[in-house]
Design a binder for this molecule. Structure first.
Ligand code: ADE
Length: 299
């Protein structure tokens, strides 16, 4: 997988060189490029922002550096230049990205590829579609992901419109809160995606058993010692009865999910629930002061 991230704070993306993803980059499973947007500016101050048309607080990211950066990184063919400030070209040879280092742009000509193989441009934004585990799983199969990390009040809207002519473009939010920029959101999404890329996690079985893979949260886990500070590990986990342990774990997942994420329970496919699942959910519903059994609840 090729992964490019564009930011005015490339150092913010340094964690991509650590841990599992860092090792995947070293092994060549992920081909990572972290780029400084200011390398595509042409004025003395390396300006990337300007005042908003229509007034209002804050600054807006100018379209020209973004179009030049994305032209190089998405491998878009030559275009009409933006004017005296500069024409769309490949990444400047002098590109320096702090500790993350200068990175080569992806090869040109990707716009002719079939839809699934086209680069996907992800713009982290609180106004985007909520990013989920299902998105992460889908994007782990993509060949080329590009994250455009905005700052200030955001990127000039025309950049997204222009980019749609050259790549699939998605706005994704990582939650209903506002961050100072897209970098942390890009880190969150890249971690969720990259760990699902084959070859990155040592034991792929752990991926099928974790929270949200099938719409439920994870069961509680324990390790040695069996008794600690007066608290014992549940007996069933020491029983060696694998079928009973699997059932207990599923019950715990259902209970936990019903307690903290009733929205996930409401979204479950009833056909995916067995009789025991329904009994566990009904037991929880009966203990609930609202008194509504599972299946009788409003969405
Ligand atoms: N940029 C600022 N806030 C964000 C959020 N919640 N999700 C994604 N990108 C953001």
């Amino acid at each position: 997988m090729r992964l490019d991230v564009v930011s005015i704070f490339p150092e913010y993306l340094s964690p991509l060189r650590l841990s599992l993803i860092g090792r995947a980059v070293e092994k060549g499973i992920i081909d990572l490029g972290v780029h400084d947007l200011r390398d595509w500016t042409h004025d003395r101050h390396r300006t990337v922002d300007d005042t908003p048309y229509g007034g209002g607080a804050g600054m807006v990211m100018k379209p020209e550096p973004w179009a030049e950066a994305l032209t190089a990184i998405l491998g878009v063919g030559s275009e009409v230049p933006d004017g005296p400030e500069g024409s769309p070209t490949a990444a400047p040879a002098s590109a320096e990205s702090g500790p993350v280092g200068p990175e080569p742009a992806a090869p040109a000509g990707r716009q002719d590829r079939p839809a699934g193989d086209r680069p996907l441009l992800i713009v982290p934004s609180p106004a985007g579609t909520p990013f989920t585990q299902a998105h992460a799983a889908e994007l782990a199969g993509r060949e080329h992901l590009v994250f455009a990390c905005g700052r200030y009040e955001g990127i000039d809207q025309r950049v997204v419109e222009w980019a749609r002519d050259h790549a699939e473009v998605r706005l994704h939010s990582i939650g209903d809160y506002v961050l100072n920029g897209g970098e942390v959101a890009a880190l969150v999404m890249t971690e969720a995606i990259a760990r699902l890329v084959p070859g990155i996690i040592g034991n792929p079985e752990s991926l099928t058993e974790e929270s949200l893979e099938d719409g439920l949260l994870e069961y509680p886990v324990y390790t040695k010692p069996a008794a600690w500070r007066g608290r014992a590990v549940p007996d069933i986990l020491l029983s060696g009865n694998h079928a009973a342990i699997a059932r207990w774990r599923r019950d715990e997942r259902l209970r936990r999910t019903a307690e903290v994420r009733p929205d996930l329970i409401a979204a479950l496919d009833p056909a995916a629930l067995d009789r025991r699942d329904r009994a566990v959910l009904d037991e929880i519903a009966n203990a609930d002061p609202s008194g509504l059994a599972w299946g009788d609840r409003p969405d």
